[in-house]
Design a protein. Structure first.
Length: 287
């Protein structure tokens, strides 16, 4: 990835991979359609990247999300088949950084595949993995995460975020709050309550970190909506809004979960969104 926006240089970092049920990832879309885009294993699981974004400037190193982390037990490993190989640490090292150099972490939301890398175990204690960083999430997402429903409680693991709140590192934001002039936080509620997309922009370029609004390339198809989404019809409206903006203004769309592509630009043909340009993840080990 070679994009600079405003004062920031953008770096794509793939922290690893996990697998989720294909039906869960594509909702009402029949398997004969989604399997054209995504391979699946013997348990009907498709591969997801846990790709995050690093913004570097002269005075800040900002991460958007933290991946799945390493706090997995046997049951979670069996369900999700995590693979990491310390890819985050290796990527930071290549940029002459360590986890201690991270100044800020923006969570799109607190599901385990987005916030799992924020804490780690040491001597029986849960500690912030980026000890010198301030962490940011929408207050409404934090409030939901500490009191989730039966439907989504397995996605919100308190070990990933309550230690940050308890130590005063987790900042709870309201819609419209900014943490930098080049960064806007767009609040959505279809996938979960208080998900925030991170939009980095200047006078000439914009990149939208799509999080779980558009996990894969194939999700630019409007009906391709995850069954994990709490309000799928709202997700549909949110997708229409941001895909229209991306098409009209030639935004880059950063894909957090596509195993092959880091980011894309889109076009429109016969009133359907299509991929205009796709940019491969050169670190990907999968075809």
């Amino acid at each position: 990835m070679n994009i600079s926006i405003g004062k920031f240089t953008l770096h794509s970092i793939n922290t690893g991979y996990l697998k989720l049920d294909g039906g869960g990832m594509f909702g009402i879309i029949p398997k004969p359609l989604w399997e054209k885009y995504n391979n699946f294993d013997s348990r009907n699981r498709v591969l997801l990247a846990a790709r995050i974004l690093l913004l570097t400037s002269s005075d800040r190193n900002i991460l958007v999300d933290t991946g799945c982390g390493h706090k997995w037990n046997g049951k979670m490993n069996d369900l999700y088949d995590f693979t990491s190989e310390n890819l985050l640490e290796e990527s930071l090292k290549k940029l002459n950084l360590t986890r201690h150099n991270i100044t800020d972490v923006i969570f799109t939301h607190l599901h385990f595949d987005h916030a799992g890398g924020s804490t780690y175990w040491e001597d029986g204690k849960l500690l912030p993995y980026f000890p010198n960083a301030q962490y940011y999430v929408q207050k409404q997402n934090y409030d939901w995460a500490v009191n989730p429903t039966e439907l989504d409680k397995s996605s919100y693991l308190k070990e990933n975020f309550t230690p940050l709140f308890d130590t005063g590192l987790l900042n709870l934001l309201s819609p419209g709050q900014k943490i930098d002039d080049n960064i806007d936080l767009e609040v959505l509620n279809g996938h979960t309550i208080g998900q925030q997309l991170v939009k980095i922009s200047d006078d000439s370029s914009t990149l939208l970190f799509c999080a779980d609004l558009i996990p894969f390339c194939s999700h630019i198809n409007l009906p391709y909506i995850m069954s994990y989404d709490l309000q799928p019809l709202l997700t549909l409206l949110e997708k229409k809004k941001f895909l229209d903006l991306a098409y009209e203004n030639n935004w880059y769309l950063f894909l957090e979960h596509d195993p092959l592509f880091e980011y894309i630009t889109i076009d429109k043909k016969e009133n359907k969104f299509i991929v205009k340009n796709s940019y491969a993840d050169n670190s990907s080990k999968f075809e």
